[in-house]
Ligand binder design. Structure first.
Ligand SMILES: O=C(O)C(=O)Cc1ccccc1
Length: 291
């Protein structure tokens, strides 16, 4: 049996996780309100894996979660997959009717949601509810729960269909994300390899800290991959949190650590004085692969 820690039932993470483990029996789901508690559950051995949203088509990196993976916990990455998030505006229809019985979204005083979900719907909010107050909460599922528990206060949530139905609320508007092709990338982290499915695409994620006072160090790092024709799918700089102006680079490599080429490239990078931390080597799944 596998135990998975994740955000609450009805969150996008919940939908996405069911998708990765579709067809698996004997799963136990441990839902947590806060992403910190999701991580902690796996660190403490209460769950085998944590499900972490790490990147979104519109918002880019979910920096808070990436930083947790780097600074707060040491849990290897075991699988990544993408999932389309479809967001909806959720509330109580009966509280928002105008004199002629029509739904009037401008009666909504405040919209609450997870910051990534909110960012996906900003245009919608701006055009349909100009000037509406917005507030971030820990997940879309939590937002819907708050709306359920505060009737008559003019609050609506952005969240999933399933969360609306779980909480007996109405879909005030469906599919309210500003762009189609709105995907979120999720990472499964934990101490055991993920073996439920195989993918022919295997990636390796590393953190590279450059030596100080070494002009052109980043160029050398990149060239170690370039001349071997190793493809990189992401490179991002993040503060080390130790000194202002010090950064590490998060790099995703389209190659397994078991290959001949990649360990050689990493050795070359270490030889110029860089520090490397391998965050994981894992299968990568597209949405279609998991259908
Ligand atoms: O809040 C949720 O439902 C989450 O799982 C986080 C999230 C929010 C929006 C897109 C993807 C993940």
């Amino acid at each position: 049996m596998k135990t998975i820690a994740l955000l609450p039932a009805g969150s996008v993470s919940d939908e996405a996780a069911k998708h990765l483990f579709a067809g698996e029996d004997h799963m136990e789901w441990k839902h947590h309100r806060l992403i910190a508690d999701v991580f902690q559950s796996t660190v403490n051995g209460i769950s085998d894996y944590s499900v972490i949203p790490i990147e979104n088509t519109i918002e880019g990196s979910v920096s808070l979660h990436m930083d947790w993976l780097v600074h707060e916990v040491d849990l290897p990455m075991q699988a990544e997959w993408v999932y389309p998030s479809i967001q909806n505006l959720i509330g109580r229809r009966s509280e928002l009717l105008n004199g002629t019985g029509e739904l009037d979204l401008t009666r909504i005083k405040k919209v609450i949601s997870h910051p990534v979900a909110m960012a996906q719907c900003l245009q919608f909010l701006r055009t349909r509810m100009p000037g509406v107050e917005t507030e971030h909460v820990s997940s879309t599922a939590e937002a819907v729960r708050i709306v359920r528990d505060h009737p008559g206060e003019g609050i609506a949530a952005i969240g999933t269909r399933i969360a609306a139905s779980n909480n007996g609320l109405d879909l005030l508007a469906t599919e309210v994300t500003d762009h189609d092709n709105n995907y979120t990338r999720f990472m499964l982290v934990g101490n055991e390899p993920y073996t439920a499915r195989q993918s022919d695409r295997v990636k390796t994620s590393i953190l590279v800290t450059l030596p100080e006072d070494f002009p052109g160090a980043l160029h050398q790092v990149l060239s170690a991959f370039a001349w071997r024709r190793i493809n990189l799918s992401r490179i991002e700089s993040r503060p080390t949190k130790k000194k202002l102006g010090n950064y590490y680079f998060y790099i995703e490599i389209e190659m397994s650590l078991d290959s001949v080429l990649l360990p050689a490239a990493l050795q070359e990078i270490e030889a110029i004085g860089c520090q490397i931390r391998v965050l994981g080597c894992y299968p990568s799944f597209t949405y279609e692969q998991l259908l």
